[in-house]
Design a protein around this ligand. Structure first.
Ligand SMILES: [Fe+2]
Length: 146
């Protein structure tokens, strides 16, 4: 059942979601400005959603015979999303969230192709759902910034 290409791609996605998650925590805590109350709450909603997604991806990796990465060291080494330290201005926090989401969407689309090439329906189903959730989030974040 082990599938190295799929496991590797899923672990990269997991690592990216972990950095995205930790960025959201930082924005939730440190955001400032006129939109503080709305953004503080929105980031909490987004990081709770990300935490569930992270668990889903990790357990998907186990289901396809892999081993999910779980250390900060591995995540930093594997992820293409980078940490967003000291981002506190409301607009900037939304811009960073939008950028991170676009990276996730691109990776999800690549993963969808890989999983469907390999007829891995369980992964296809999970990734399809994540794509639509991510597209919706990208629309909303972009609307905030217009
Ligand atoms: Fe909080």
């Amino acid at each position: 059942m082990e599938n190295n290409r799929l496991n590797t791609a899923l672990n990269t996605l997991l690592a990216n979601y972990q950095i995205y998650y930790q960025n959201l925590r930082g924005f939730h805590w440190n955001v400032t400005g006129i939109n503080f109350f709305g953004l503080h709450e929105k980031f909490e909603e987004l990081y709770l959603e990300a935490a569930e997604t992270i668990d889903e991806i990790a357990e998907r990796i186990l289901a396809v015979g892999g081993q999910p990465l779980h250390t900060f060291e591995d995540y930093l080494e594997t992820a293409s999303i980078t940490s967003a330290p000291n981002v506190i201005k409301g607009e900037k926090t939304v811009e960073m969230t939008l950028e991170n989401s676009k990276v996730l969407l691109k990776q999800l689309n690549e993963l969808l192709k890989l999983a469907s090439d390999e007829n891995n329906e369980g992964t296809v189903a999970m990734v399809s759902e994540l794509i639509s959730v991510t597209e919706k989030r990208i629309w909303m974040l972009a609307a905030f910034l217009r």
